[in-house]
Design a binder for this molecule. Structure first.
Ligand SMILES: [Fe+2]
Ligand SMILES: [Fe+2]
Length: 264
């Protein structure tokens, strides 16, 4: 199974780039499945139902989110009814959305889980216990499930590494999101789990994690909040490509980056 996981889609630049390139990427990279984190698709915060629908139409197979999950409240109905989108599995049980999903691919089913970290984030349940619960549930419901992709949405690399090491041998890949900066630690752990601390965002890199540099700097200096516009220049699609054997073990992993505006 060949998986491409794309990091946080940020605003119109990131969202539009994925719409434009998803189909050709699936073909040129010979992907079996394309999964994306879309928590920042709507002007930098949240995901609108019509954006979710369009992403599905162009061939994205499933969506993960993160701390901005409910910023567009209209997405709640989608989270409650559509099987191709998940909430963080360690969010409160009262929160809207499913804790795991399984999408069919030509190479077999792929289970998908999202987990939130706990350092510099809202307090949430233990991600390790939540992962165990979600994996048990999805394997019970899908006895033929060998492949599982985990999106770790966390601020701290230590959170991400702890979760990745804990899940080594239990899932196919643990890929981080949320910091919007791709990391250079791409590897396969000894148990056969592919790992990278952060996939990087799909969005404008001439920015501060996707936002207008001057606006962020102004608030940094003055403490006076202003709306952070999504930046526009140096748009890149970033993610991680994982190849896995039929048993669900990763056999190759590489960082994916497509620069759409090299001149900036
Ligand atoms: Fe994000
Ligand atoms: Fe986030």
């Amino acid at each position: 199974m060949r998986i491409l996981f794309l990091g946080d889609l940020v605003g119109k630049p990131g969202y539009s780039a994925v719409l434009k390139h998803a189909e050709s990427l699936k073909e040129s990279l010979k992907l079996d499945v394309l999964v994306a984190n879309a928590e920042n698709a709507s002007d930098g915060s949240g995901l609108m139902p019509r954006q979710f629908k369009r992403l599905m139409e162009v061939g994205v197979d499933a969506i993960t989110l993160g701390d901005h999950i409910y910023k567009c409240r209209d997405i709640i109905a989608t989270l409650n009814k559509d099987k191709r989108i998940v909430k963080p599995a360690n969010y409160p049980s009262e929160s809207s959305g499913r804790t795991w999903t399984v999408v069919p691919t030509v190479a077999g089913p792929l289970g998908i889980i999202s987990l939130m970290g706990r350092v510099f984030m809202r307090p949430v349940d233990c991600p390790l216990a939540a992962a165990d619960r979600a994996i048990d549930e999805m394997r019970q419901a899908n006895p033929d499930l060998n492949h599982v992709l985990v999106d770790v949405h966390a601020e701290a690399t230590s959170d991400k590494q702890t979760i990745g090491r804990y899940l080594d041998g239990k899932v196919t890949a643990v890929i981080g999101t949320h910091t919007h900066v791709p990391t250079a630690d791409t590897c396969i752990f000894p148990g056969g789990t592919a790992f990278q601390c952060d996939a990087g965002m799909c969005g404008p890199y001439e920015s501060i994690i996707g936002r207008d540099i001057e606006r962020v700097t102004e608030t940094f200096r003055s403490f006076e909040p202003v709306h952070f516009h999504v930046a526009t220049r140096d748009v890149r699609l970033c993610g991680v490509i994982v190849d896995a054997d039929p048993d669900g073990k990763a056999i190759a992993v590489e960082r994916f980056e497509k620069r759409l505006d090299p001149a900036g």
